[in-house]
Design a protein around this ligand. Structure first.
Ligand code: C2O
Length: 477
């Protein structure tokens, strides 16, 4: 039964399972000081500028900025762990952020966790927890006010001027998390959420607009606190959503960080599945956290298999300051699509690949499929499928470990259910450039660099039930 996990085996050894789990998920040195009640990461939108949490954050930023770049607890070193523009040879753990990969949610959770511990120690507030910026549409579209005060450590001039003045706010069409949340497959949701997340980077602009500099802006960490919270919220929707617990690579990939004493630490995804229990934090007002375990997981056991339904012949598509479209010919695939979009177990995706620009375009595009001519583009319409936002991949001038074009997935079932009724020969994919809102009205998008789309395809993802999950080799940790 080596490396073979069966339900019977699990039941037979359930008594032993707890200790096995414990061994496989070692506690950290600092675990002994963890409080009995998890700390609360609060909504910055409900904090005053003189909230003790924000005052302590300012104090810590100031102290960290005064440390030399070579100190792992310095502001510059911590930002460099994400990605760096600092000269000289790369130091331990620099440039390790994950974008456009399966480790986006997990890596950033680890990163914030250690950053938060460093802040907590430096500001000498044992109960300090990182707040979150709830930017999802309908919530806090403006940059939180305490971050707009030029006299504060929370401020940097390196942002879009209107965002910094408070006149500007995020465009709700750029940050809709609906398409990501609709997916039951972790890897699809983890990929799609990077779109709206990237829009926040691009629209805040300045340092935030480039991976290499983003983590130097104090708002970065509150933005990612919210992205991390979205992981919990995505899971809490249920419907069979789980972390990719049968994926040995996802579970065992190890990353390096530094703790509050400047000592190197290593971490894997198995150590961050249950934020409250393993990392000692919850989010204000969140539903009960879903508890997942690397070594035991309940049904449904699903695997997701993707196949290409058809590659779409693409005219040269360049995204600029005016809307552009390209057609999807339906003739040969119409029947197959009609069946697929009604299915409960299959998801149809539009995949855009080899997406790239010379520099950060400074603009994001909303994507619609089947939008009827003349219809008002709106993220609430069924034709809205997501965004093109370049961040972390696809930018030629921001290359560190070699150039990687960007790839995007857009779930199509809802759009096609609405569009297929029309009996048309082809569907139109529409890209609409979005400007930030100024005084509540969309501004003219200023495209600094056009975006080219090299490839497009329709993918089908089949969700299959498994009798028992096939156990891959367990990670050592
Ligand atoms: Cu690693 Cu939002 O960036």
């Amino acid at each position: 039964m080596k490396n073979q996990f069966t339900r019977r085996h699990f039941l037979a050894t359930a008594g032993a399972a707890a200790s096995v789990t414990l061994l496989s998920e070692p506690l950290f040195d600092g675990a002994s000081v963890l409080a009995a009640v998890p700390l609360v990461r609060r909504d910055v939108g409900r904090m005053d500028a003189d909230d003790p949490i924000l005052l302590a954050y300012r104090k810590a930023i100031k102290a960290m900025q005064a440390l030399p770049n070579t100190n792992p607890r310095s502001w510059a070193y911590q930002a460099a762990i994400h990605w760096t523009t600092l000269p000289g040879p790369l130091q331990v753990a620099w440039d390790s952020c994950e974008h456009g990969t399966d480790f986006f949610w997990s890596w950033h959770r680890m990163y914030l966790y250690w950053f938060e511990r460093i802040i907590r120690k430096i500001c000498k507030e044992p109960c300090w927890a990182l707040p979150y910026w709830d930017w999802a549409p309908g919530s806090e579209l403006q940059l939180p006010a305490p971050f707009r005060d030029p006299a504060s450590e929370l401020y940097t001039v390196n942002r879009h001027p209107a965002i910094n003045s408070g006149a500007g706010s995020l465009n709700p069409l750029a940050i809709d998390i609906g398409p990501a949340f609709s997916n039951t497959n972790f890897l699809a949701a983890n990929s799609i959420i990077q779109g709206p997340h990237g829009s926040v980077h691009v629209e805040v602009g300045g340092w935030m607009g480039s991976v290499a500099t983003a983590a130097q802006d104090p708002i970065f960490y509150l933005h990612h606190s919210n992205v991390d919270r979205q992981w919990n919220l995505w899971l809490a929707q249920g419907g069979g959503r789980t972390d990719p617990l049968t994926n040995a690579t996802w579970k065992s990939k190890q990353y390096t960080f530094f703790d509050e004493n400047g000592a190197q630490v290593k971490m894997t995804a198995c150590q961050i599945l249950r934020a409250a229990q393993q990392l000692n934090y919850v989010y204000e007002c969140e539903p009960p956290q879903v508890k997942e375990y690397c070594l035991r997981f309940p049904p449904p056991w699903w695997i997701f298999v993707q196949e290409v339904l058809s590659s779409l012949p693409l005219p040269p598509v360049e995204l600029k300051a005016e809307p552009v479209t390209f057609p999807i010919e339906l003739k040969e695939i119409r029947q197959r699509i009609a069946l697929l979009v009604e299915s409960k177990t299959d998801t149809l995706f539009l995949e855009l690949d080899e997406v790239e620009a010379e520099k950060q375009p400074g603009v994001v595009w909303a994507v619609y499929v089947g939008l009827p001519p003349g219809a008002e583009p709106d993220s609430k319409s069924p034709y809205y499928v997501g965004v093109v936002s370049l961040f972390g991949a696809g930018i030629r001038s921001e290359v560190h470990h070699g150039f990687k074009p960007a790839r995007f997935l857009y779930p199509l079932n809802r759009a096609l259910q609405a569009a297929m009724k029309e009996n048309e020969e082809r569907l139109t994919v529409t890209f609409v450039p979005l400007g930030i809102l100024i005084d509540g009205k969309p501004s003219r998008p200023e495209v600094k660099s056009p975006v080219r789309i090299g490839k497009a395809a329709l993918l089908v993802e089949h969700r299959k039930e498994q009798k028992e999950p096939k156990r891959e080799k367990e990670p050592e940790s």
